[in-house]
Design a protein around this ligand. Structure first.
Ligand SMILES: [Zn+2]
Length: 716
């Protein structure tokens, strides 16, 4: 996830990621003739459903042409806005502005999707070029004093709250770009922003290049599944070479029996991009500090949290302390159980070390919770699971998904559905609300993780929202993992948010345009439906017999899933503290490695290992800078939102409709805290999250000892 100004906000929502932008569609050449006498934007030639997907499908020359048109349209709109005679008519001015920004935001959506999904190299290149052009224009708009003056002089009396909130938010982004400063300061801010981007890219590149190779004797691979050992045969020297990339590192740390071998691998992993990124990160922190203080903020942490729900660096720090404290007791209990298990193998062990935790917590799950991911897979055939998520979200939000055949898409495996409103939508019942594209299987040159992308931002009375999912799941007839099912539900949460939030007055408020630290709440919420045994059994059925997944198995999956969550939360807060505290003080006064060691000693359950520099390959220090806390913050809210369904029932129609109307349909038209308060009837709080932290901390009763061996588990 990149950090971008809010105007062209983030164009995808991945797990733990940021908000998405919005925009109206591109009206073509007629607009270029706009003159000051024009009092409102000329009617847009709205894209019909599916036309954006045609653009994403190529050829590249058409995407490039559309991108250029959008840039022209945006300039035309901004020129017209500036030329309106003062005092400017509020609605006319806002319409021009919304139109100008919307057209480039939508193009950026499409460019980003082409870049991440197109099987065609020219299309990916066209997407990249368009993205860069729009980013540059965005920066220029936010530094345009005349646009700022026009917007800030508007009389908003009589406008609705969503309009006022949009202007409040957006005018702040102009100020954060230095628009109201003298020329020299504005230029300095622009230059610093460019430097921050360039140094951030250098940091990322070093991580990509920083993969280390480590050699092991075949005996050191003892404990790893047969397919892993087969895929990693010894070389001519008799040694096995592994890399610190995830597919080698994660299974090794979970399964390899030799603590010494795990230690060796862990030390290599935790010195990736070291020492080179020590210097790069120092420069990055220094430039961020300079940028923030030039604009009058006390720190980068204060600058970057200002437009989030959390508001200040201090509040972020308090949040981290609070969650750390809340997870202390549970994590200590879990760690004690892992230590007891380790002592069975090595009686002299005094403390669980970081490279031993993964291995021994897995032993606890397997031996004490009978965790058996493999046994669950026959219940998760892809087609059934996809139908399951459509049925569950359809029932919950009163939607149906109508398959669209023959639509032009960028790859033959992309499935297309129109989203149809149910009877609870009043006037809109039976109408098409938008279109979704599900592109769920891996292929060459496609995005490697899971994320939701905008295609079109909807706007009431203008155009319908469209959105896409890019995932890397098994294909029809193949079996999914429990975690894959969770991923699909999570991403569908973002997808539905984009569609249901896509009928706002202004495109600028459409869809997932909330504060960054809120956007993961609706997607984390939807995960609760796949955790529920009753809901899971409606679609998780054995392919041949149609038998639903046994309740006992669902409970075991959940219980095993829950073990270690206290430790995970503590570790997440250690990372969040690293992210924040690297940015809330003058970096000139910090020596990074000793400072990091100090943070680790205060927040982590595992002692710092001298000589290691985990932070040199902590990629989120670029993309998230100080705000790694956001994912956990969203989770606190998700757990609170879910309390309403917990008491009323998973599919209670009244609760589900309120959720839809209060949380999803307003899009970004209100501060997230207000959305939540509207739904809950009170401000959000931590009680549900803290209760979740306490839940499920004992093994399944009467579970026989033993259970499947590690080798029986799938390695991914
Ligand atoms: Zn997400």
């Amino acid at each position: 996830m990149r950090l971008a100004p809010a105007l062209v906000a983030l164009s995808l929502v991945a797990c733990a990621s940021g908000p998405v932008p919005t925009a109206p569609a591109a009206p073509p050449p007629a607009a270029k003739t706009a003159v000051p006498s024009v009092q409102a934007p000329p009617p847009l030639k709205e894209l019909a459903l599916g036309e954006a997907a045609v653009r994403i499908s190529g050829p590249a020359s058409e995407l490039t042409a559309a991108c250029k048109d959008a840039v022209v349209r945006a300039h035309t709109g901004l020129d017209a806005l500036k030329a309106l005679p003062a005092p400017r008519d509020t609605v006319t001015t806002l319409s021009w502005y919304d139109d100008a920004t919307a057209v480039i935001n939508d193009l950026d959506f499409q460019a980003e999707l082409a870049r991440q999904s197109s099987p065609n190299a020219e299309m990916r290149k066209a997407g990249e070029d368009c993205d860069r052009e729009i980013q540059a224009l965005t920066t220029a708009i936010y530094q345009d004093r005349a646009v700022y003056d026009a917007l800030s002089s508007l009389d908003l009396t009589g406008q609705d709250a969503s309009t006022a909130w949009w202007m409040k938010r957006d005018l702040r982004e102009f100020r954060r770009a230095g628009v109201d400063r003298d020329d020299a300061t504005r230029e300095k801010v622009r230059a610093l922003n460019d430097e921050v981007v360039a140094i951030g890219q250098e940091f990322d590149r070093n991580i990509l290049k920083g993969t280390r190779r480590v050699t092991f004797t075949p005996a050191e691979l003892a404990g790893l599944p047969a397919d892993f050992r087969k895929a990693h045969a010894p070389g001519p020297d008799g040694l096995v070479t592994l890399t610190t990339d995830y597919p080698d590192y994660h299974p090794f740390m979970a399964y390899a029996r030799s603590s010494k071998a795990r230690e060796k691998f862990s030390r290599a992993y935790n010195t990736r991009a070291s020492p080179e990124n020590i210097e790069v990160l120092s420069r990055l922190l220094a430039k961020r500090w300079e940028l923030a203080t030039t604009l009058g903020y006390t720190s980068w942490a204060d600058y970057v949290t200002e437009n989030k729900m959390i508001g200040t660096g201090r509040a972020a720090s308090e949040f981290i302390e609070r969650i750390t404290a809340a997870s202390t007791e549970r994590s200590a209990k879990e760690l004690a159980r892992v230590l007891a298990r380790e002592r069975k193998d090595i009686p002299s062990t005094k403390q669980v070390l970081s490279w031993d935790y993964g291995y021994y917590s897995d032993r606890v799950k397997i031996e004490q919770y009978r965790f058996d991911a493999k046994a669950a897979r026959p219940y998760f055939e892809f087609d059934r699971v996809l139908q399951g998520v459509l049925d569950v979200s359809g029932r919950l939000f009163d939607l149906s998904y109508r398959p669209v055949t023959g639509a032009t898409v960028w790859d033959k495996e992309v499935q297309v559905y129109d989203v149809i409103a149910g009877s609870s939508f009043g006037d809109r019942a039976g109408q098409t609300l938008g279109r979704i594209y599900v592109d769920l299987h891996p292929r060459e040159n496609k995005f490697k993780h899971a994320a939701q992308y905008g295609v079109i931002s909807g706007q009431a009375g203008h155009r319908l929202p469209e959105s896409a999912l890019l995932c890397n799941l098994p294909r029809s007839g193949e079996l999914m993992e429990y975690d894959d099912v969770r991923t699909l539900f999570h991403e569908f949460g973002h997808l539905v948010h984009h569609i249901l939030g896509g009928n706002t007055r202004w495109a600028a408020n459409s869809g997932v345009r909330n504060e960054w630290d809120f956007v993961e709440a609706p997607s984390q919420m939807l995960e609760e439906w796949m955790r529920d045994p009753g809901v899971l059994q409606t679609f998780a059925r054995e392919a041949k017999t149609g038998k639903p997944i046994p309740t006992k198995m669902v409970k075991q999956l959940r219980a095993a899933d829950e073990f270690g969550k206290g430790v995970d939360v503590r570790q997440q807060m250690f990372l969040a503290a690293t992210s924040l505290h690297f940015h809330d003080r003058d970096p000139a006064k910090i020596e990074l490695t000793p400072y990091f060691a100090d943070i680790q000693s205060r927040y982590s359950l595992f002692p710092y290992v001298p000589g290691t520099t985990f932070y040199t390959a902590f990629g989120h220090l670029n993309g998230y800078s100080a705000v790694y806390y956001t994912y956990m913050w969203s989770k606190v809210i998700a757990k609170d939102l879910f309390t309403a369904f917990k008491s009323a029932g998973m599919f209670d129609p009244a609760t589900a409709q309120r959720y839809r109307k209060d949380i999803l349909e307003p899009g970004g038209g209100k501060p997230a805290a207000e959305l939540v308060a509207d739904f809950l009837g009170r401000p959000y709080d931590f009680r549900a999250y803290e209760a979740w932290l306490r839940e499920g901390d004992s093994p399944v009763r009467n579970a026989p000892r033993g259970g499947p061996s590690a080798a029986a588990r799938t390695v991914r």
